[in-house]
Design a protein around this ligand. Sequence first.
Ligand SMILES: O=C(O)C[C@H]1C=CC(=O)O1
Ligand SMILES: [Mn+2]
Length: 376
Amino acid sequence: MTHLKIERIDTTRLDIDLKQPITMSFGVVRSINVILVRMRDQDGLEGLGEATVLGGPFWGGESAEAVQATIEAYLKPLLLGTKVQGIGALSQNLTRFVRGNAAARNAVETAALDLIGRRSGRSASEILGGAVRSTIPVAWTLSTGSAEGDIEEGERAYAEQGHRRFKLKIRRSSSNEDVARSIRIIEAFRGRAAVIADVNQGWDEVAANRYLPRLQEAGLEGIEQPLPAGDIDAAARLSQRYGIEIIADEALTGPDSAFRIAAKRAATSFGLKPNRDGGPTATQAIAAIAAASGLGIYGGTMLETSLGTIASAHLYATIDELRLGSELFGPLRIVEDIASEPFKLVDGELIVPSGPGLGFSLDEDRVAFLARKANE
Ligand SMILES: O=C(O)C[C@H]1C=CC(=O)O1
Ligand SMILES: [Mn+2]
């Protein structure tokens, strides 16, 4: 088959509420903003990609408005009418002409990946090197606000959905309470499910040294981004001092940051997120740096719809060792999804679709409805 030639790129803004707000260290996340990318080739085939923002530029630097403008004003003119030799070449092209703007690049690269797959009849994971697993374990975030509520929700998630790992969010202002709440939850699930806590950069080194001994003693499996992203030296000290996983999230912004963190041993595991890293190719490079450095991997999410979640699943399926599993639960947390088929989780595991491309199709009526709502 002839090479893919990009004839059209369209972006659509969708705003989707979370079923239940998630309180993070920087504030309460109530909804996600999605920029849906549709890419058409010379034969009218379509590839899909998603950029996701947690309500505004609070988590990373990008807002939905910035993502859409970057794609429309810079990535679209760069790509329209051009031939795509392959996903690696496309990624290099995007990275050369647009710095930063990781979510925008991710959405476009994902759409190209889907389209290359649709043209060739191959799955996205095959194009990314080949799947080494067909299912991916999925953790669950507990966010009711109280230990009793979280334990109740955790018991349901354990029994009904089969989750065997929980993620807790730690607030900046009430860490003592959060530590006590976390310990109750760890104890409630001891021997049954692992617990990771995510501080989203909310502590400094003093706070980390105050709280981590108790959490480690209780059996916490790992702590995600406890310190500000730039504080690599202090993260290295934590990684050496404690016997739990220190997971880098916001500190990772692409392969160069991954190399610096690995070289300084400023984490014991990397959380992966194509939406944060600048696309599947960049995330694969980060996974390779982790593997070569003896670091573990946690398959992260930005709370994407089924589209971005399935794209991440294809990528995570190519990774030899997913030491901490994944948190690909986004579709189960949003009020409305955009997939034509319901998101399936079997015994706590996501089944990676077989393709072609992402093996994903849109519910067009739902997309049209959500797009109208976002423009109101
Ligand atoms: O990991 C984050 O920092 C972002 C987000 C993704 C899942 C979740 O619970 O929070
Ligand atoms: Mn995180």
